[in-house]
Design a protein around this ligand. Structure first.
Ligand code: FES
Ligand SMILES: [Fe+2]
Length: 402
């Protein structure tokens, strides 16, 4: 049986509203499939624009195990490329943020301009055509200060998400942000277990006592059905301020502006802002949290004081890298307006708790006694949504390529 036929068999065995068949979480064939058919075909949030403030700034990152490069060119435009040299394929830039006037391959020094065109390549002979050897571009969309990429030759439709994201995020003006801190957490769990965990709060009341201080961990379904006086008055305040708040979703995205717990204006250890320099003065900077989430890989929360982004990247059937990024107003000063340790504390704790839960989940799924179990449709609606989305996209891919 080839790998696609094996994936098709796994997908056919899925029971509605149940977790996935074991092999889809544990088998190397599923991992290879997910790289190509899921991460390779989806719109992904790569960064916020503010991470590359100047021409020559770049960010090298991985999509699964595939290396990608974002670069701000001389004209100020951000471009995205496969991070692989057009000579013999070496990686050009190592992972992380950096800056360079030109992109120089470390192997034989082929040198690219910031727009991806090949500028120089030594000893290639008089018939060598540099114009045929520019970096291979990747689809990129720039919306409301955020950068989205898709590695597919024919990316899924983006416009509806782009328009809604601009409407929801616009008032916070992400162009006024700066990257304040990053973290990498390595989890010994399949990426789908990491993401299912990130999409439900069934485990939160017991699993995340600190998060429960400010975050409505008892929410049901997709935030939109939370009905209590505080949430109603928050919705009224947002409507009066002209900030969209309804929970909406599309095939691969969700957007909502949610009320935090009474007395909380930020998602933090005590519900108080972690940065004294607010991102907005609307409603006294109490704008709840703008949550956006993209399948397969991320969620983010933008409160009146800071933005937190969670990105999940699979690197093996049982290894997942979780990237955390915190952003504050670009004029905020560390040590005066914010303290890095206290700013990061809540999500570092929460992510460490989730790592333990996901790793424990993976160990249990490896058991010969594992049987896919039913999700709570009330408390795990977004995890079901994730699993359904995964199966639908996988089925489409198998149908087209099988
Ligand atoms: S592989 Fe890049 S210059 Fe040879
Ligand atoms: Fe969690």
């Amino acid at each position: 049986m080839n790998d696609l036929a094996w994936v098709a068999e796994q997908l056919a065995a899925r029971r509605p509203d149940h977790s996935l068949p074991q092999g889809l979480y544990t088998d190397a064939r599923a991992f290879d499939f997910d790289q190509e058919a899921i991460y390779g075909q989806s719109w992904l949030m790569a960064a916020l624009d503010c991470e590359l403030p100047e021409p020559g700034n770049y960010l090298a990152l991985k999509v699964g195990n595939w290396p990608v490069l974002l670069v701000r060119d001389k004209a100020g435009e951000v471009r995205a490329f496969h991070n692989t040299c057009r000579h013999r394929g070496s990686i050009l830039c190592q992972d992380g943020h950096g800056s360079a006037p030109k992109l120089v391959c470390p192997y034989h020094r082929w040198t690219y301009d910031l727009d991806g065109s090949l500028f120089a390549a030594g000893r290639m002979g008089e018939h060598f055509d540099k114009t045929e050897h520019g970096l291979t571009p990747i689809a990129l969309r720039h919306v409301a200060g955020a950068l989205f990429i898709c590695l597919a030759d024919q990316p899924p439709a983006f416009e509806e998400f782009g328009a809604q994201f601009a409407a929801y995020a616009g008032p916070l003006d992400f162009s006024q942000l700066k990257l304040a801190a990053t973290d990498l957490l390595i989890e010994e769990a399949n990426w789908k277990l990491v993401m299912e965990n990130a999409r439900e709060c069934y485990h939160c009341p017991t699993g995340h006592p600190e998060l429960g201080q400010s975050f409505p961990v008892h929410m049901v379904r997709h935030f939109d059905t939370v009905r209590n006086p505080e949430a109603e008055s928050f919705a009224d305040a947002m409507a009066r301020s002209g900030l969209p708040h309804a929970a909406i979703e599309g095939p691969w995205w969700q957007l909502a502006r949610i009320a935090l717990n009474p007395g909380s204006t930020s998602i933090s250890m005590d519900g108080a802002p972690v940065c004294a320099r607010p991102l907005t003065t609307v409603n006294g900077s109490d704008v709840g949290s703008l949550r956006w989430a993209l399948d397969p890989h991320m969620f983010a929360h933008a409160t009146g004081d800071h933005v937190f982004v969670f990105i999940c990247n699979p690197v093996g059937p049982r290894e997942t890298h979780v990237y955390s990024r915190w952003y504050v107003h670009k004029d905020a000063q560390e040590g005066i307006d914010y303290d890095l340790t206290s700013m990061k504390e809540l999500w570092l704790k929460t992510n460490a708790q989730d790592k333990e839960l996901a790793e424990n989940n993976h160990r249990g799924v490896l058991s010969p006694g594992y049987r896919p179990g039913p999700y709570s449709l009330e408390a795990e609606a977004l995890a079901v949504r994730f699993a359904d989305w995964y199966c639908a996209l996988a089925q489409d891919y198998v149908a087209q390529h099988g």
